[in-house]
Design a protein around this ligand. Structure first.
Ligand code: TXA
Ligand code: MG
Length: 331
């Protein structure tokens, strides 16, 4: 059941959405990665509503969305040359930059950190909404905390329907996984979250990216939680090649197990309910969250087996999301 009407993003609705944001309300909107749940980034009370609607832990900071690089620079205390280089190369697009924060950015947005995350999305509806709102828009992915991110307006309504004032329906969010998050606040850039922009493309500009110290404090606080998970338990098989199909067959029954895997493996498991991830990293990213949600809605299933082992390009984001969603990882 969908408890709220989905709104077509025509000019009048976009004006209304901008007004809702300025008045302290919540608007869900499409971006090129996944759908976001937006609030006025300067408005503490409105941003608190995001945490309540999602059931999000308060120590997990939000990304501020802007239309132009100048607007991003204003949110920072210092804007390093590397941030300019990356923004020039990849904005608008699926890259979030973490920089030292302008102290005026509300605490609730950055979970009390001395840094703030900013991103300039490349989606016509997101951009029109930001133009209308005339303020930076704080927006996490528009799912209940811990669930797969939404790639359609229907998925937003499923998770958050009664908690949002408007859901702008822009169809399928094309990339399918969230933005890549890079911290440029220190002396060397750190890859905090692989995502919709391939790390290899960023490294062509920055040189090798550091990874957060696994023993240290969570640098992107959101990455420490179980995440992206459907209700059914997910078992991740980090395998490739036809023997992965044999492993599934040996351990999991075809009536109660859903399979999410590359085409070659799905082809060997035609008696299983399945989602085909395709054979390349971009297709897999596109189909990942939608696929997890689809299998989750099949009442016959008791588990989902995901097969993926390709860390190249967007494959790294797919692997990262499946590792976070998985109750078990088989290597
Ligand atoms: O593609 C996206 O990035 C989507 C769309 C809606 O723009 N948004 C999104 O937001 O994925 P969210 O809240 O689901 O993920 C934000 C990530 C979290 O892992 C969070 O911990 C990290 O960014 N983050 C935010 N601010 C940070 C900061 N100041 N320092 C380190 N990590 C930060
Ligand atoms: Mg999220």
């Amino acid at each position: 059941m969908i408890p709220i009407r989905l709104t077509k993003p025509d000019p009048e609705s976009l004006r209304e959405a901008g007004a809702i944001l300025r008045a302290g309300g919540l608007v869900a909107f499409p971006t090129e990665t996944v759908y976001g749940l937006g609030a006025n980034g300067w408005d503490r009370t409105a941003c608190r509503k995001i945490f309540a609607a999602k059931g999000r832990p308060e120590d997990n900071p939000l990304i501020l969305h802007v239309v132009h690089i100048d607007q991003a620079v204003q949110l920072a205390q210092t804007w390093p040359p590397l941030a300019t280089a990356l923004a020039k190369a990849f904005w608008p697009g699926p890259l979030t930059l973490v920089v030292l924060t302008n102290p005026g950015v509300p605490d609730v947005v950055r979970a009390g950190l001395s840094t703030v995350a900013v991103r300039c999305p490349d989606h016509p509806v997101a951009r029109s909404l930001l133009e209308e709102a005339k303020v930076p828009v704080a927006a996490p992915s528009a799912n209940r905390s811990g669930r797969p991110s939404p790639t359609s307006a229907e998925s937003v309504a499923e998770d958050l329907g009664e908690h949002v004032d408007m859901i702008l329906d822009g169809g399928f969010a094309g990339i399918g996984v969230e933005s890549t998050v890079v911290d440029v606040s220190g002396s060397k850039p750190v890859l905090l979250r692989p995502g919709g922009l391939a790390a290899e493309a960023i490294e062509a500009i920055t040189g090798p990216l550091l990874l957060p110290d696994p023993g240290g404090p969570a640098r992107a606080p959101g990455m420490k939680y179980r995440h992206y998970a459907p209700t059914l338990p997910v078992i991740l098989l980090k395998r490739s090649g036809p023997e992965a199909a044999a492993t599934v067959r040996e351990h999991f029954g075809s009536v109660t197990t859903g399979v999410l895997a590359p085409t070659s493996i799905v082809n060997g498991l035609q008696d299983y309910p399945s989602v085909d991830l395709g054979e390349d990293d971009r297709t897999a990213a596109e189909r990942l969250f939608r696929g997890l949600r689809t299998l989750d809605q099949n009442p016959k299933l008791t588990a989902i087996v995901a097969v993926w082992n390709n860390p190249v390009g967007l494959g790294l984001a797919v692997l990262n999301r499946l590792e976070k969603a998985a109750a078990e990882v088989w290597t």
